[in-house]
Design a protein around this ligand. Structure first.
Ligand SMILES: Nc1nc2c(c(=O)[nH]1)N[C@H]1C(S)=C(S)[C@@H](COP(=O)(O)O)O[C@H]1N2
Ligand SMILES: [Mo]
Length: 328
């Protein structure tokens, strides 16, 4: 049985969206990929860095399979009404089948197909560095002890696709307060897992694994910044970055690092995955801004996955009220 999330504000508009098929079909997938010219890999990588091979063979070698949708709802989860989005929610089946997770593949439509070997439980996250109380947490304990809430946020990928999803999790600042930063802490460095045995993309040695990201301490302490332990009313499915991920909705999607194993308070701006790989395309700050084009495309508009609806891109992805003062 599937238990696809039914949003509390489910409206006519989102109900009329036709979800993608819940079944993976190799032939249709390959036809779609070839038609879209996507056989080499994801748009974030410039052509010169697109050296991924092997994903096609892996996909062809596996049987067609059904998308997992039978997630257990989190009881008593409350939506925080302070965060509303004036666009329809993205259908869960759409978000589950269109992911950026380069540890597995650069083909967004193929991530969910390659993710079964990934075991996100038990999942530990270390909070350390320039803090008085370093500690390693078990994610299931965090889910029980942190102020868990649901927040509907926009998500804007630097590639111009966008979605609206209900994350659940807690503000990162709660975790940072518990850690009690020392005076020299100015940045927060995030590190994702490293395990090429389950993540075939990590066999690509020209990429700077593990995936890393960073924020200033002020950005990390902003009330918008959350650590998501779930989405659509349940825990995170593998492809969305289980066991725990960062969500910074005013920044391009690549800042929202998935499957975090370490959060460190540091004194210097940390190196990050995309900035290390292609520094002239992906800066450290990476706030959504329609007036600053990507070197290879405009950022003026964005396309909602699932519906294909096009909207003008907003500065700070529409979250200026919360974050503009950080950059004044
Ligand atoms: N570890 C890791 N985190 C990551 C990525 C990745 O490849 N690896 N991709 C990023 C990008 S580019 C985007 S747009 C979002 C996509 O999140 P979603 O697949 O849950 O929609 O995850 C971000 N976090
Ligand atoms: Mo992205």
């Amino acid at each position: 049985m599937s238990h696809l999330y039914v949003p509390p504000d489910w409206n006519e508009n989102s109900r009329s969206i036709t979800p993608q098929t819940l079944f993976f079909n190799r032939r249709d997938f390959l036809q779609a990929m070839t038609a879209a010219g996507l056989v080499v890999g994801g748009a974030l990588l410039p052509k010169s860095a697109q050296a991924e091979t092997g994903w096609l063979d892996r996909l062809l070698g596996e049987p067609d399979r059904k998308l997992q949708t039978d997630f257990t709802p989190i009881p008593g989860l409350k939506r925080n009404p302070a965060y509303t989005v004036s666009r329809p929610m993205t259908q869960e089946a759409v978000a589950l089948q269109y992911n950026n997770f380069y540890e597995f593949t650069s083909v967004k439509e193929g991530v969910w197909k390659l993710i079964d070997a990934f075991q996100p439980r038990p999942w530990q996250v270390e909070v350390s560095g320039l803090v008085n109380n370093p500690k390693t947490y078990d994610v299931d304990d965090l889910i029980k002890t942190m102020p868990l809430e649901e927040r509907v946020y926009r998500h804007r990928c630097v590639e111009t696709w966008a979605m609206v999803v209900p994350w659940n999790g807690f503000p990162l600042r709660e975790l940072i307060r518990r850690a009690d930063p020392k005076p020299g802490a100015r940045f927060v460095k995030f590190t994702s897992f490293l395990n090429p045995q389950v993540a075939p993309g990590q066999e690509q040695s020209h990429l700077p694994w593990p995936y890393t990201e960073g924020l200033t301490v002020a950005e990390a302490m902003n009330e918008l910044t959350i650590m998501a332990t779930g989405v659509y009313g349940h825990v995170l499915p593998n492809q969305h970055g289980a066991g725990i991920r960062l969500v910074t909705p005013w920044k391009y999607g690549y800042k929202s690092i998935k499957s975090v194993v370490k959060i460190e308070l540091v004194s210097k701006q940390p190196a990050t995955f995309w900035n290390t790989l292609v520094p002239h395309e992906y800066g450290f700050v990476s706030n959504v801004n329609p007036d600053v084009p990507h070197p290879r495309w405009s950022q003026k508009k964005e396309k909602m996955i699932g519906t294909g609806d096009i909207y003008p891109t907003e500065k700070f992805n529409g979250y200026g009220n919360w974050v503009a003062s950080l950059y004044a």
